[in-house]
Design a protein around this ligand. Structure first.
Ligand code: HSE
Length: 341
């Protein structure tokens, strides 16, 4: 099978995905009979390149890593809007990997709709469109016979959404609780180890874990958006942003982190989603938990989530919560779903 991809966004995730596409090219061919080519890369800052015969991804990666124009890697298109490219190019899958706007979900939501309206499959790691509009986008995909996947929006490439969709199918989920923001967990871990809040935030930024707007992480918006996605994926219930009770980690200091440690406790940013008689309740906030608690052992950028079900009790999944290739892997795995593997 041949799949032509149009990629929007060539930041950390886009590049992580491109790296994996190159590294796994043979595996995809040999194990799945899948040949992928990238026909367009569209970016906000360094323009768009298009080659319907397939772009040279290694060249694109090299140009992007060296901060040079993508035009070095393929024919640049000028004065054509992204919507026009989505409407006119010949592609099978849109990989929408641009930075998140949690407030409006735009312009990514319009890009995704445009591709779905043409019956093209869509993969996205962009939390805004999924948190705000998953049910609507899924309906549109169904109507057009397209696949919509968004594994990388929660827990990076750790397959939480696939677990809920496939392996916990037909179970009734009561509660989902855990650590869903990698950078906050990293920052809290480093503060416990002696760094100041500012030093820890700076380090998380350097490691590439923070959102383009870091307040999204430290004020809990990112974790809230993830709960909004999980609420739709697990309960089919769309929550409004203001329905998520949200507190971030900005008031915590190195002293707090170390005092907790001396009491045999640790601060974690905990996200909880629970089905109650009054509907779905969602909250994000720092909690001081005992060192003996399983979530206390989740350190650095690792995420962990426990899903409470009716017949399988509690199922816990842990793994990377952020990272370029880690999130790139979510896109690769979603690509296999689009190819119906
Ligand atoms: N900024 C996000 C986090 C990236 O730290 O979890 C992955 O969604």
């Amino acid at each position: 099978m041949e799949l032509k991809l149009l990629i929007i966004g060539f930041g950390r995730v886009g590049r992580g995905f491109a790296e994996l596409l190159i590294a796994k090219r043979k595996t995809l061919q040999q194990q799945f009979g899948l040949n992928c080519s990238v026909v367009a890369i569209v970016t906000r800052r360094s323009g768009a390149i298009v080659d319907e015969r397939g772009l040279d991804l290694s060249k694109a990666l090299k140009a992007a890593r060296n901060g040079r124009s993508l035009a070095e890697a393929g024919p640049a298109v000028k004065n054509v809007s992204t919507i026009d490219l989505l409407s006119n190019l010949d592609y099978d899958v849109l990989a929408e990997l641009s930075a998140t706007d949690i407030e409006t979900g735009e312009p990514a939501t319009s890009f995704i709709k445009q591709a779905l309206n043409r019956g093209r499959h869509v993969i996205t790691t962009n939390k805004g469109p999924v948190a705000l509009h998953l049910n609507e986008l899924q309906k549109l995909a169904g109507l057009k016979g397209a696949v919509l996947r968004y594994e990388g929006t929660v827990m990076s490439g750790t397959p939480l959404l696939n677990l809920i969709r496939n392996n916990l199918a037909a179970l009734s989920i009561r509660k989902i609780r855990g650590i869903v923001n990698g950078s906050c967990n990293y920052i809290l871990t480093r503060m416990e180890e002696g760094l100041s809040y500012d030093q820890a935030v700076e380090e998380a930024g350097r490691s590439g874990y923070l959102e383009a707007d870091p307040t999204a992480d430290v004020e809990g918006w990112d974790a809230a958006a993830k709960l909004m996605i999980l609420s739709q994926a697990a309960f089919g219930v769309r929550l409004k942003t203001e329905e998520v009770e949200r507190r971030g980690i900005t008031n915590l200091t190195r002293k707090d982190a170390q005092q907790a440690k001396s009491k045999g406790k640790v601060w974690k940013l905990i996200a909880t989603l629970e089905k109650t008689e009054n509907g779905v309740e969602a909250k994000v906030g720092p909690e001081m938990i005992d060192l003996s608690h399983p979530l206390a052992a989740v350190r650095g950028v690792t995420n962990a989530v426990t899903i409470s079900t009716d017949y399988l009790q509690d199922v816990t999944i842990a793994g990377p919560g952020a990272g370029n290739c880690e999130t790139g892997y979510a896109v690769l795995n979603d690509l296999l779903a689009c190819a119906h593997f």
